[in-house]
Design a protein around this ligand. Sequence first.
Ligand SMILES: Cc1ncc(COP(=O)(O)O)c(C=O)c1O
Length: 332
Amino acid sequence: MNVDYVSAVSSGTAALHLALEALEIGQGDAVLVPDFTFVATANVVEIQKARTVLVDVDTTTYNMCPDKLEETIVNYNFEEQLKAIIVVHEFGAPADMSRIMAIAKKYNLYVIEDAACALGAYHNNQHVGTFGDIGCFSFHPRKSITTGEGGALITNNKKLASKIELLRNHGLKRDENGLIDVVMPGYNYRMTDFQAILGIHQLKTFQENLVKRSLLVDNYFNELSNIENIKLPRNIEGHAWQSFMIILNDKLNRSLLIEKLYDNKIEAGQGAQAISKLSYFNERYKNNYLKNSNSEILAKKGLVLPLNNTMNTADIKYICLSLGVVIKVGDL
Ligand SMILES: Cc1ncc(COP(=O)(O)O)c(C=O)c1O
């Protein structure tokens, strides 16, 4: 990735948590987070006792919309101070980092990139995770490299890198004689050697698998182009395609559709959540949250279709054919 420092940790959530800790974001601070993501992105802000400020997303990339980001910053009027943006590269789609970094600079905000799903994704030929202050990755089983559970942080900032190293391992430092000292309280967020061995092994086939996924996605685009009542994602340059999510027309019943696909031995599911609609966040922020957001539509009508390295063109054909039939005849 052309990056100076990396720390391997026990999960993507641990990586995000350490990123906030390393940047000293806590009570009295506020962090901008896209409303459509896995909840870990927002949970870590809450764990730090900071305010989560949600930003709506684009309906074709599913990523934080730069215009809405700036609008949210300009209209922000709470007591806590805006300190950082967590940008998510949702499902491996590179977010518009050129615009987001310009906005961060203009308003003097840190940028943490949640690239949990985006190993192998590029924006303008630069690997995602390397634009902001810290990039976070996940190696959960749904990701394109998995260590069972696992994650990593990357940064080009030496000070941040050594702080992250301390925080992930009890704040522990050894002197030249190997004697242990503790210079700050820290966590045990280390990745185990067992996990690392699993991950290293998959690095060998990673590039090949990225190409494979992108070819499978090309097949999806071709095969789905004639099916009515669905919308396809934008095929952005540099996409790593961790997941492939389509959007169902309002009149289609997603739960029923998932059931019918399952009858055909096809496992499909909901993509991510609209954070603002989750009970905890909805109650904590009451009326201060997004209404009629794009994220709400994506959370209600998004359908993730199967995608992994062991699939082939025939699998995609079968899935799309079944989906077409189910939608057409389905009483959905
Ligand atoms: C966008 C996003 N952020 C964070 C995480 C958390 O990663 P982990 O499951 O490794 O803790 C995930 C995992 O699914 C994710 O999709």
